[in-house]
Design a protein around this ligand. Structure first.
Ligand code: BES
Ligand code: MN
Ligand code: ZN
Length: 527
């Protein structure tokens, strides 16, 4: 018998109270908690958990017969454990769908949904039971992958967006959380040590996702570019990576005309965050460059946006927040390669000095851009950001940006658009995202569409019109990648949830944090 605690200590920058998650292999009867959480499969035979059924006074059997307990995804049934030999007070059965479809993605979501349900029931402790014999996507039984995903889900459920509520603060988190792993026998490859590290990894990735969500949730008046740079830097520095924040003077010295051009319409000065994870003794090999869009508020500038939904444009720095949170995670986890994070940040405002349609900006790289639409500002700041990542020695690039409304027309609010080149690099990023639980889908980088960005006066324009808006935006970015392997994640649809779901409230999703953090560990071929 053994138990592990995962905790990363007190941290000012933590968005939510940090509890520990423990791992237990004890019999279910021994778990002394308010809520014993048991995923229930729609094809579970009637004999499943017969001992638990008896402990509930046959309530499970009754609910099965009545149809109340069908195993439909996220369905909830709470009932007391009347048998005093069971130490848990109540059991929460949560629908988990058909057993064969229950992989790590659903495990993460079901765990989050259960933890939200526990919170709203004011539970002080819960134990999430990992059902035994679950295969992962490859068909292997990988208990540690499930433990990590469940720890992520339980942690993601600690996020609460009502930061500024003084009257009705949301229910506090469940302070004591356990993952109950059964059937881990001696001689199995799932050693306690492996499960412990999967637990802490999941816990950390969940916490860092929540930090990114917290930042994306902050309103533009609180999270100015300077405030964003301060908060993100603190998050990163606490994790051990180095931080340098370039102010407007240094940005001007570097001749970042695209970033300065966007920033010009605001009285708030721009910043450029530079994060470095340099593992001791690593002086050769790949240098991964992560670049995130950091527009703390996007009014559209002179090409101003309509009033409806403009408030959502406070999350236009979600890509930058993901880069910062991922830098923290990967440095705590000890990524084996060098990683650079670059976040250009500014406001896109229509002030008296703002960039105007038809204006020409010169990028730090020297390329000139005719600004046809000041609302296509993300690609501008990223252009200089990608260049700077290269200048600092990046050999492989991944950028993350709430870049185009068009990507949610194409892929909706649940799937991130993936662009880039060459295919061997993009494919690997896709596989990492799949494993990390960020839903993503490859989009074509049709280079002939670059014609849509043709300018009569400058090298190219910043907008290619409505058709294939996400592709032309990606092609604009490609101009600044210097031919390096590059992947671009358009998270304009996925960064913000418009509808609440059982596993996720309305608001910032924390998309891409886990993918970015896992990249330096999971990519096996850097070529
Ligand atoms: N930040 C927006 C993209 C966006 C839109 C994010 C909706 C989340 C929800 C971006 O800066 C933008 O305004 N893009 C324009 C580009 C257009 C002017 C070519 C767009 O998508 O309309
Ligand atoms: Mn815009
Ligand atoms: Zn924008």
């Amino acid at each position: 018998m053994w138990a592990a605690q995962a905790s990363f200590g007190d941290n000012e920058a933590m968005p939510t109270a940090v509890s520990a998650i423990a791992l237990r292999t004890s019999p279910l009867t021994e778990l002394e908690v308010d809520l014993l959480v048991v995923p229930w499969f729609s094809n579970d035979p009637p004999t499943t958990f017969s001992h638990l059924n008896e402990a509930t006074g046959l309530e499970l059997a009754r609910a099965r017969t009545s149809g109340e307990l069908s195993g439909r995804l996220y369905e909830l049934l709470v009932t007391p454990l009347v048998d005093t030999r069971w130490k848990a007070a109540r059991v929460l059965l949560i629908g988990a769908g058909p057993r064969e479809e229950f992989g790590t993605d659903l495990a993460r979501r079901v765990a989050a949904a259960a933890a939200y349900a526990a919170r709203s029931r004011r539970a002080q402790s819960l134990a999430f039971v990992l059902r035994s014999g679950l295969p992962d996507a490859s068909g292997d039984v990988d208990v540690s992958a499930f433990v990590q995903a469940i720890a992520e889900g339980l942690t993601l459920a600690e996020f609460h967006g009502g930061t500024y509520k003084t009257v009705e603060p949301g229910p506090s988190i469940t302070p004591r959380v356990t993952i109950a792993v059964r059937d881990v026998e001696d001689g199995s490859p799932e050693t306690p040590r492996r499960l412990e590290s999967a637990l802490s990894r999941g816990r950390l990735l969940g916490e860092c996702s929540n930090q990114a969500r917290q930042l994306a949730n902050e309103p533009g008046n609180h999270l100015t570019p300077r405030a964003f740079a301060d908060k993100a830097s603190q998050i990163v520095a606490d994790g051990g990576a180095s931080v340098d924040v370039l102010d407007e003077t240094r940005i001007a010295e570097l001749k970042m005309g695209l970033l300065m051009g966007v920033a010009r319409g605001s009285s708030e000065p721009p910043r450029l965050m530079v994060f470095k994870h340099l593992p001791h003794g690593v002086t050769s090999g790949p240098v991964l460059g992560l670049v995130g869009k950091g527009i703390t508020f996007d009014t559209g500038g002179i090409s101003i946006k309509p009033a409806e939904n403009m408030d959502k444009m406070k999350d236009d720095m979600a890509g930058g927040a993901a880069v910062a949170a991922a830098m923290r995670a990967l440095s705590i986890l000890g990524a084996p390669i060098r990683v650079i994070g670059i976040v250009p940040t500014c406001e896109n405002m229509p002030g008296g000095k703002a960039v105007k349609p038809g204006d020409i900006l010169t990028s730090a790289e020297g390329k000139t851009v005719e600004v046809m639409n000041t609302d296509a500002e993300g690609r501008l700041v990223l252009g200089d950001g990608l260049w700077y990542a290269r200048k600092l020695g990046a050999t492989h690039l991944v950028d993350v940006a709430t870049l185009t409304g068009a990507i949610s027309v194409a892929l909706g609010k649940q799937i991130t658009g993936l662009f880039g080149t060459p295919p061997w690099w993009v494919d690997q990023v896709r596989r990492v995202a799949d494993r990390a639980g960020d839903r993503i889908w490859p989009m074509p980088l049709a280079t002939d569409y670059f014609d849509q960005l043709k300018s009569e006066i400058a090298d190219f324009t910043n907008t290619g019109g409505r058709p294939a808006g996400s592709i032309t935006a990606a092609l604009f970015l490609k101009e600044f990648t210097g031919g390096l392997p590059w992947a671009h994640l358009d998270i304009a649809g996925t960064a913000w949830a418009d509808d609440a779901r059982p596993y996720q409230p309305k608001g910032p999703s924390g998309v891409a944090v886990r993918t970015l953090a896992e990249l330096p560990f999971t990519i096996d071929n850097w070529k």
